[in-house]
Design a protein around this ligand. Structure first.
Ligand SMILES: Cc1ncc(COP(=O)(O)O)c(C=O)c1O
Length: 469
C-alpha cells in the first residue's frame, strides 16, 4: 500500500476522486467526465487483482496491516493517510464514498452510520459550544429535534428562517457566531422545494458555508453544488441505498468553499484552518477535500458513527440503479398526485411538481420536467390532506393495504404516515400550525409498485373518508 501523502487537491478529478484513501488496488479508469448513468455503476470501483472479483466485495476487517514500524509511526503522525482502523474508513465504504462524491459533483465524501450522524457530524466539523446555525424552518422533523435537543445541550443554538425568500429575515438571523446555513432540497412532508440559489447567495454574502440535505431529492434529481451549496448531507437509508434495508448516511464536500477567505472575513473554522506543526492545516494538506478530511479525522473518528461495510456494500450497489429508480418514483408520483387532486375526499395535495402548485415554476427550473411531460421531477415524498381531519386521516390510513403504515421514505415500497401524531408529535401546536402540519395531512412515499395498483389502493381507502369537511 502506498505511503505517500495525498496532499492538496489531488483528489478532485483524479482516479481517487471522492475519497482520501487510496483503494487497496488501483481503479481501472477515471470515471469523471462520463455520464451520470455510467458513473452510478462504475465510479469508485476497483478491480480485485487477487481474485478477479468484478463487484467490489465487503471488506470485513477492523484494522489494516502496517508495512513496518515507520509506516505505523507515519500513519499515526498524519504524515501518511493510509488507513489505521476501520472507524476512519474502509475499502467497501470508499467505493460508496467515491461514487456518491462523483454523482453529487463534490470533491470527497465521508460515509457514516445514519443520516442523523451525517447531519450532526457535518455541523460538529464547523460549530462548537457557543456557536450558532441558521436553518430554514421547513426541514425533516428528526433534524428539528436534533437541533432543539442534542445540539442545544452541546451549546450550539439554531435559529429558523420562516420565509426563505426574505433576505432581511436571513440578515437578522445571522450572527457573528453563525457557522453555517442549513436547508433541504425537498423538505418532507410538504414537498415545499427550496430555492437553493437564493439561499446560497445569502450564505456567500455572509461568508458562510451552505449545508444542504439532499436525501429526498438525490443527485439523480438535483445536485445542490450546481446551485451554490458547499456541503451536502444524506440519509443514505433512503433513495441511495434504495431498498429500505440498511441505515446509513454520508457527508459530501463540495470543495468549493474558501475556508481561509472566510476566516479573514471573521468566521473561524479551527478544525479546517488551524495549522498543525510540521503538517500544516487541513486546507494546506487536502485542498478541496479539507472539510471532508476534518469531518473524518476530527469528528467521525472521535465520536465513532462508523458505517458497517455491509451497509456500505448495499449503498454502493443501490446507487448503481439510482437514476432508473428515481425516474420511476417521479412518474408514479406525478400520476398519483394528479389523480389525488381530483378526488372529492382530498382537500389538498402538496407536490411541487404538479402544474397547479404555487412552487411549480421553481420546481421546473431546478428539477426539470418528467419524461412523460406530466410535471416537474420533485421526487416521490409528498403530502395529501384528506377531509374530515384526524378521523378522515385514521380512516384513510387504516383503509390502505398496499401502502405500508410505517415511518420511512425512499423505499421500493410505498408508505404512509400521519406526521402530526408521529414525526411532528413533539412540536408545539403553533410550530406545527406554521409548518402546515394539520390533522388531515398524511405523508406518502411512493414506491416502485405499479401506479395502477397504488391508485386502486388509495381509491378504496378514500372511500372511507368524508367528501366534505
Ligand atoms: C431528510 C432526512 N434527513 C435525514 C434523515 C435521518 O436519516 P436516518 O434515519 O438515516 O438517520 C431523514 C430520515 O427520515 C430524512 O428524511
Amino acid at each position: 500500500m502506498a505511503t505517500t501523502e495525498h496532499a492538496g487537491t489531488e483528489h478532485a478529478g483524479t482516479e481517487h476522486a471522492g475519497t482520501e484513501h487510496a483503494p487497496a488496488t488501483p481503479p481501472n479508469l477515471n470515471w469523471e467526465g462520463f455520464d451520470f448513468e455510467t458513473r452510478q455503476v462504475h465510479a469508485g470501483e476497483y478491480p480485485d487483482l487477487n481474485t478477479g472479483l468484478r463487484v467490489p466485495p465487503i471488506a470485513l476487517s477492523a484494522g489494516y496491516v502496517f508495512e513496518d514500524f515507520d509506516d505505523q509511526v507515519d500513519r499515526f503522525a498524519g504524515r501518511s493517510i493510509d488507513p489505521i482502523y476501520s472507524r476512519q474508513g474502509n475499502p467497501t465504504n470508499s467505493v460508496a464514498e467515491a461514487r456518491l462524491a462523483s454523482l453529487e459533483g463534490g470533491s470527497v465524501s465521508v460515509a457514516v452510520s445514519s443520516g442523523q450522524a451525517a447531519i450532526s457530524s457535518a455541523l460538529f466539523t464547523l460549530a462548537q459550544g457557543g456557536d450558532h446555525i441558521v436553518s430554514t424552518a421547513s426541514i425533516y422533523g428528526g433534524t428539528r429535534i436534533l437541533f432543539g435537543r442534542s445540539l442545544k445541550r452541546f451549546g450550539i443554538e439554531v435559529d429558523y428562517v420562516w420565509d426563505a425568500e426574505d433576505d432581511a429575515e436571513w440578515d437578522r438571523a445571522i450572527r457573528p457566531t453563525t457557522k453555517a446555513i442549513y436547508t433541504e432540497t425537498i423538505p418532507n412532508p410538504r414537498n415545499d422545494v427550496t430555492d437553493l440559489r437564493r439561499i446560497a447567495a445569502v450564505a456567500a454574502r455572509h461568508n458562510l458555508p451552505l449545508i444542504v440535505d439532499n436525501t429526498v431529492g438525490s443527485p439523480a434529481l438535483i445536485r445542490p453544488f450546481e446551485h451554490g451549496a458547499n456541503i451536502v448531507v444524506h440519509s443514505t437509508t433512503k433513495f441511495l441505498t434504495g431498498h429500505g434495508a440498511a441505515v446509513g448516511g454520508a457527508i459530501v464536500d463540495g470543495g468549493n468553499f474558501d475556508w481561509e477567505a472566510a476566516e479573514r472575513a471573521g468566521r473561524s473554522f479551527p478544525l479546517i484552518t488551524a495549522v498543525k506543526p510540521g503538517l500544516g492545516s487541513m486546507v494546506d494538506r487536502f485542498g478541496t477535500g479539507a472539510y471532508a478530511r476534518a469531518a473524518r479525522e476530527a469528528v467521525v473518528n472521535d465520536i465513532g458513527p462508523t458505517l458497517s461495510p455491509f451497509n456500505g456494500f448495499l449503498l454502493h450497489q443501490g446507487m448503481e440503479t439510482l437514476s432508473l429508480r428515481m425516474e420511476r418514483h417521479v412518474e408514479s408520483s406525478l400520476e398519483i398526485a394528479t389523480w389525488l387532486e381530483q378526488q372529492p375526499s382530498v382537500a389538498a395535495v402538496d407536490y411541487a411538481g404538479l402544474p397547479s402548485s404555487p412552487l411549480y415554476e421553481l420546481a421546473a427550473r431546478d428539477y426539470g420536467i418528467a419524461a412523460s411531460g406530466a410535471g416537474a421531477r420533485t421526487g416521490s415524498v409528498f403530502g395529501v390532506t384528506v377531509r374530515g381531519g384526524i378521523d378522515g386521516a385514521r380512516a384513510f390510513v387504516d383503509g390502505l393495504s398496499v401502502f405500508s403504515r410505517m415511518t420511512g421514505i425512499g423505499d421500493t415500497r410505498s408508505m404512509v404516515i400521519h406526521p402530526l401524531s408521529s414525526t411532528h408529535a413533539t412540536f408545539e401546536p403553533e410550530i406545527n400550525d406554521r409548518l402546515g402540519i394539520t390533522p388531515g395531512l398524511l405523508r406518502l412515499s411512493i414506491g416502485l409498485e405499479s401506479p395502477r395498483d397504488l391508485i386502486a389502493d388509495l381509491a378504496q381507502a378514500l372511500a372511507g373518508v368524508p367528501t366534505a369537511g
